[in-house]
Write a protein that binds this ligand. Structure first.
Ligand SMILES: Nc1ncnc2c1ncn2[C@@H]1O[C@H](COP(=O)(O)OP(=O)(O)OP(=O)(O)O)[C@@H](O)[C@H]1O
Ligand SMILES: [Mg+2]
Length: 394
């Protein structure tokens, strides 16, 4: 079909997305296809092309040259589609089915054609409804250990590592994180959004220079420590699940950064669940504990199976794990704060119907977030972290 031969970018429509699927010969000739734009995210178009007779589908995700949710006044590079497709392929080589299969990608059209996961549920939506996903933390812990270890200097030849650093240089998307996670929520910035009743709590944060200094250190780590290829946006809205499987999607923020960042973002998004629930807190706390335990066990196993001369030096693995653990706690704290008062909120908190309970949950996320940031270096084990979290929910 013509569109597969285009050498200039154009946004797809449901019609041209169908034509693209036909041109790619993913479906049998002459088969009846339907197409729908199903994207509910902030940035991109997501088309689902479906074979009517069999129900077989594919997903075509396309980056727009701006952020979809804001419009053309917020231009954003379509390079993110190339990064997303490359990251998915690389991650799949380390984690297999924990990420969707990519059938085709084209950086000019900024598209990724991938496995249709519509039979699964976005973890955030399922957890809000009270669904249980017994595999979630085991699978995410494995995803974290494999993707972070095998893209790091501990595993890769230095030339390969630097090639990846170049390939996954992602300045525009990193800038979004730098602003929205690490800067804006800690200052009186226009992008912030919070309920008026939280004004005093927010003012306290803005006045807290000890907190700001610690966030500055975490931001510096995010800016400068190119340790491993991060997913970059590992919240529960980027994870599809059911009872038996887990698939991590949407790595358009991928870049080389500190190992603790992905772990911290995932833990914080579990914390929102715990904050939003009056019961079932134990299941969520178990997932937090298990994520770290699975991550650290698998990461240590990979470390011992390969690595250079220094990886054999006593205490080095423990140093790397402890640093990653404390960074994770600090990054989790930043995520707790920014999702409560920054630009991009989470349904877990915003959808709590009772106002008093909602404000209470948000205040808990703010005070817990602050404590995680400030005390991260005094928390030495996952059990201690769980005690700190539990204390705030009592
Ligand atoms: N492989 C897939 N299979 C089925 N549905 C998908 C798939 N990928 C994305 N979707 C649907 O499209 C939605 C948006 O996808 P995604 O999060 O990748 O888009 P985005 O524009 O990058 O969003 P965000 O604002 O979260 O960055 C998902 O929540 C899901 O409903
Ligand atoms: Mg995205």
């Amino acid at each position: 079909m013509a569109i597969t031969k285009l050498n200039t970018y154009q946004p797809l429509t449901e019609q041209s997305a169908t034509a693209l699927a036909i041109g790619l010969r993913i479906f049998e000739d002459g088969t009846l296809l339907t197409c729908e734009e199903i994207g509910d995210g902030n940035l991109n178009l997501v088309f689902r092309v479906l074979e009517r007779e069999t129900g077989k589908g594919i997903i075509i995700k396309q980056a727009l040259p701006y952020a979809k949710v804001v419009g053309e006044s917020w231009p954003l590079t379509i390079e993110r589609a190339r990064i997303e497709a490359s990251a998915l392929k690389l991650q799949r080589s380390f984690v297999g089915d924990l990420v969707p299969e990519v059938y085709y990608s084209d950086p000019t059209l900024a598209i990724t054609v991938m496995e249709d996961l519509s039979a699964l549920t976005i973890a955030r939506a399922g957890l809000i409804k009270g669904e249980k996903y017994p595999r979630l933390s085991h699978d995410v812990g494995t995803f974290l250990a494999n993707t972070l270890y095998f893209t790091s200097d501990y595993a890769l030849h230095p030339f390969k590592k630097k090639e990846y650093v170049k390939e996954f240089s992602n300045p525009e998307l990193c800038k979004i994180t730098e602003d929205l996670v690490f800067t804006d929520p800690f200052f009186n910035s226009e992008t912030n959004e919070f309920e008026e009743e939280l004004s005093r709590d927010v003012q306290h944060l803005w006045d807290d220079f000890t907190l700001k200094l610690e966030v500055a250190k975490l931001k510096k780590s995010f800016l400068t420590e190119g340790e491993a290829l991060l997913h970059g946006d590992l919240h529960t809205g980027s994870i599809f699940v059911d009872q038996n499987q887990t698939k991590v999607i949407d790595p358009e923020f991928a870049f080389y950064g500190p190992i603790g960042f992905d772990i911290g973002q995932f833990i914080a998004n579990l914390i929102f669940q715990a904050a939003s629930k009056t019961d079932e807190g134990e299941t969520i706390l178990y997932h937090i504990e298990n994520t770290w335990n699975v991550f650290s066990t698998a990461f240590s196993r990979h470390w011992k199976e390969s690595g250079d001369a220094y990886t054999k030096v006593n205490g080095y693995l423990e140093y790397v794990l402890e640093k990653s653990f404390q960074d994770s706690i600090g990054f989790a704290g930043c995520e707790c704060i920014r999702r409560t008062i920054g630009l991009a909120h989470v349904e877990d908190l915003d959808a709590i119907p009772d106002k008093e309970r909602r404000l209470q949950a948000k205040r808990t996320c703010l005070t817990l977030g602050k404590e995680l940031i400030i005390k991260r270096k005094q928390i030495h084990s996952i059990e201690e972290l769980l005690s700190v979290i539990k204390f705030h929910f009592e």
